[in-house]
Ligand binder design. Structure first.
Ligand code: K1U
Ligand code: ZN
Length: 215
């Protein structure tokens, strides 16, 4: 098994459309094993092949508490969708962001297992949200978290605060400017105020990120 690097927004490869898998063979099963390992390590509750730069319609999901409920979707297709639900979503390709997204509350989809067996399922709740999120990845859609909320552990360094104060009226400028100054990814919001800086994760890792400032 292998841990695969996860592409990060704004990598243009995240917008590629995944191709239908023609045969579920050993190479697909190896991809599934690697994706599952990568998803568990991230940690995440879902992963689309697009996110690991493999442009095939393959998804892994595990929403179980004890990480024992791996679901594999090869060539998933949406059959029907009902109702609406607003939920907070994260994305491993946009670390540090959580965004409120409106999704169908219940969906029915068809897919193939890693053994190439067709199945159909009707799901709701977090699983429905996660399937929709991962299927978006397969068509190259990424929610960049532009309405993202502040996460616990947020920290902005002094030098970054100065830059933010200077460019607060031009959030997209702020993002481009900070990416240049910090030489790393930063995120922003097209229509609101954005602060951009470093995010401190509970385990001590640090990364650049941004947060929307409510008026
Ligand atoms: O596709 C991805 O980017 C993975 C993403 C899936 C997702 C999360 C929430 C709602 C919809 C889709 C994640 O897994 S983000 C990380 C996350 O939500 C999480 C990680 C560990 C434990 C519990 C949740
Ligand atoms: Zn995602």
């Amino acid at each position: 098994m292998a841990l695969l690097p996860i592409l990060r927004y704004p990598d243009p490869r995240l917008h590629k459309k995944a191709a239908t898998v023609s045969v579920v063979d050993d190479s697909i099963r190896q991809l599934v094993r690697d994706m599952a390992e990568t998803m568990y390590a991230a940690p995440g509750i879902g992963l689309a092949a697009t996110q690991v730069d493999v442009h095939k319609r393959v998804i892994t999901i595990d929403i179980s508490e004890d990480r024992s409920g791996l679901i594999v979707l090869v060539n998933p297709v949406l059959v029907s969708a009902r109702g609406e639900a607003e939920c907070e979503e994260g994305c491993l390709s946009v670390p540090g962001y959580y965004d409120n997204v409106t999704r169908a509350a219940e969906i029915t989809f068809r897919a193939f297992t890693a053994e190439g067996k067709p199945f159909e399922r009707t799901v709701d709740g977090l699983l429905a949200v996660c399937v929709q999120h991962e299927m978006d990845h397969l068509i190259g859609k990424v929610d960049s978290g532009q309405r993202g909320k502040r996460q616990p552990g947020w920290a902005i360094e002094d030098d970054v605060v100065e830059i933010v104060a200077e460019v607060l009226d031009h959030p997209l400028h702020a993002v481009a400017h900070l990416e240049h100054v910090l030489d790393r990814d930063a995120f922003g919001d097209a229509d609101g105020q954005v602060q951009v800086g470093f995010h401190s994760f509970p385990d001590g890792r640090r990364g650049a990120g941004g947060r929307h400032v409510d008026h």
